[in-house]
Design a protein around this ligand. Sequence first.
Ligand code: ZN
Length: 180
Amino acid sequence: MSRSPTSLWDSLLERSQLLGQDISKTEYFLMLSQWVLDHSDDIGAEAIKIYGLRRLCELPPDLYAIDHADVDVQGEIAALEHVKPTSRDVLAMILRDQLWDLVAFRSQILCPNCGQEDLRILSTGDCGLILACDRCIWSQDDHGVQYKGTRVGKPATAADLESKGHLSRSAHVSGSGRKR
Ligand SMILES: [Zn+2]
């Protein structure tokens, strides 16, 4: 018998409370993705599929610039306590948003179409990068020209970002929370 969304959420809160005060963003990503994989039967195949959760959870964290994400881990953990998802759909959507915020690097380029969000840097799969908006359908290439190809939802890897000079700025600003 599958658990209620409330009981599932409590289990995620318990897991997040086991994390220390100084965990890195990568460690937070690992906790969330492991929790999703451990509870995928309870979350339900349909919600997992709709929100692309398995694909996100199976991304190897060391290949992505997660520690450069513009995310305050302790703030996110504190915020989890204030949301009480009442459906599996909402629960899956919150997890998707959290994972996506960590793994999909945000540029400092405001979407020229809706003007609401900074564009995320995604990979086209053939070493090319596009910048895409989370809020509207806009995507563009590195030169700001609208991208007309089929939009892909895969975050750019740290190596891709570095090779195009997107990581150099934040690399010396944040000392990176990575341990070891
Ligand atoms: Zn937009």
